[in-house]
Design a protein around this ligand. Structure first.
Ligand SMILES: [Zn+2]
Length: 368
């Protein structure tokens, strides 16, 4: 029976949280960039295996390489540069080949045993959904916020590197580019800053629309036209973000749109506060660095900006803070949109890749 073998499946007890190349073993699903390629490794059983792309011209197979073989192959596989839609792989072998992204759309790679000529076709042993995605991009600017209390001391976070990491998360898995329009200067004294009159307060209340409006106006006055040229502005806030009605919940990042009542003009923002310190887990294991938390927050909020909801929708209630909570051993919860920082995963699953390529997600909108 043919099976796919080239992925680090987040198996029970061993979840994997780093970004993939757009492969989701749970479906299974593979994103391929339009004009790009992805590698697949298939192991066959006691019979030859027939592989077939169901819809023509979306993808193709080429560049077959036998990695392991028990029985000598009687009929050679196609040579380099030959693109096929259908292929028979030799029995008891491990074969790697290249899938190309030829046209945007979806197709299915079906694989089934072929016991012999004259035997009616069997049910497929696997059906790999292949989704070829055209490249898309979102543009971000970065601004550091100061006030009379939290003055600019010249210290900057490394947003250029952080946003490069966010870019990789979405680019490698979904062919979606996150462009930092400020480039390396986002991490230097040349970065954009605004200094608010008065103070942000000890915490930044995300329900304080007047304060958010003042921050937007300060940015818009200092950098006219930038809001119109980018998809969102990332504001680095010097004090923790909170929602006043839920004072115990510390928010690491928040993404929304703000509509000025007087003009109807809309501004897209992504706010990040200082990373919440996290105690070392009782069960042991490393404590995530502030850098890792900030990058995860930026990528997660970018996921919201691209239309993704939390997955799972809510944090499982029992033993929430314990890594021994059984939910953490379920592979599917290891994804970027886990509701809080108990799981720090960069993975996008197949459904999430599809959603961010849908046109115009809903934004949270506030008025000021
Ligand atoms: Zn969230």
């Amino acid at each position: 029976m043919p099976i796919i073998v080239n992925f680090d499946r987040p198996s029970n007890g061993n979840p994997v949280d780093h970004a993939t190349d757009g492969f989701d073993p749970e479906v299974p699903y593979q994103m391929i960039p339009l004009g790009g390629t992805r590698e697949l490794v298939v192991q066959t059983g006691d019979f030859k295996a027939e592989l077939n792309l169901t819809i023509p011209d979306i993808s193709s197979m080429s560049n077959f390489r036998i990695l392991r073989q028990t029985t000598p192959n009687l009929s050679p596989l196609p040579g380099r540069g030959v693109f096929v839609r259908r292929i028979a792989l030799p029995e008891r072998s491990v074969v790697q080949f290249t899938l190309s992204g030829r046209a945007p759309g979806m197709t299915v790679l079906e694989a089934r045993d072929r016991p012999g000529l004259g035997v009616p076709p069997l049910k497929p042993d696997f059906q790999l959904q292949i989704s070829v995605k055209a490249s898309e991009s979102r543009r971000l600017a970065v601004c550091y916020v100061f006030d009379r209390i939290n003055r600019d001391t010249g210290a900057r976070l490394d947003f250029a590197t952080h946003l490069e990491q966010v870019h990789r998360v979405f680019h490698d898995q979904a062919n979606f580019s996150i462009v930092n329009v400020d480039g390396p200067s986002a991490s230097t004294l040349a970065a954009r800053t605004v200094t608010l009159n008065g103070t942000c307060g000890k915490v930044f209340n995300l329900l304080d629309n007047t304060r958010i409006g003042r921050m937007i106006d300060a940015f818009d006055a200092k950098f006219p036209g930038v809001f119109g040229r980018v998809d969102s502005v990332v504001f680095s806030i010097p004090v923790p973000l909170r929602i006043k009605t839920r004072p115990k919940v510390r928010i690491s990042g928040f993404n929304f749109q703000a509509r000025r009542k007087s003009s109807g003009r809309i501004f897209s923002l992504l706010l990040v506060g200082p990373s919440a310190p996290r105690p070392r887990p009782k069960e042991g294991g490393p404590r995530p660095s502030a850098t890792r938390l900030l990058q995860k927050t930026l990528a997660h909020e970018m996921g919201h900006a691209l239309g993704l909801a939390h997955d799972p929708a809510e944090m499982p209630p029992e033993k929430v803070g314990s890594i021994l909570n059984p939910i953490f051993f379920q592979p599917h919860v290891h994804n970027l949109m886990f509701p809080n920082n108990f799981i720090l995963s960069d993975r996008l699953n197949g459904a999430q890749v599809e959603i961010i390529h849908l046109k115009r997600p809903e934004f949270r909108v506030i008025n000021f």
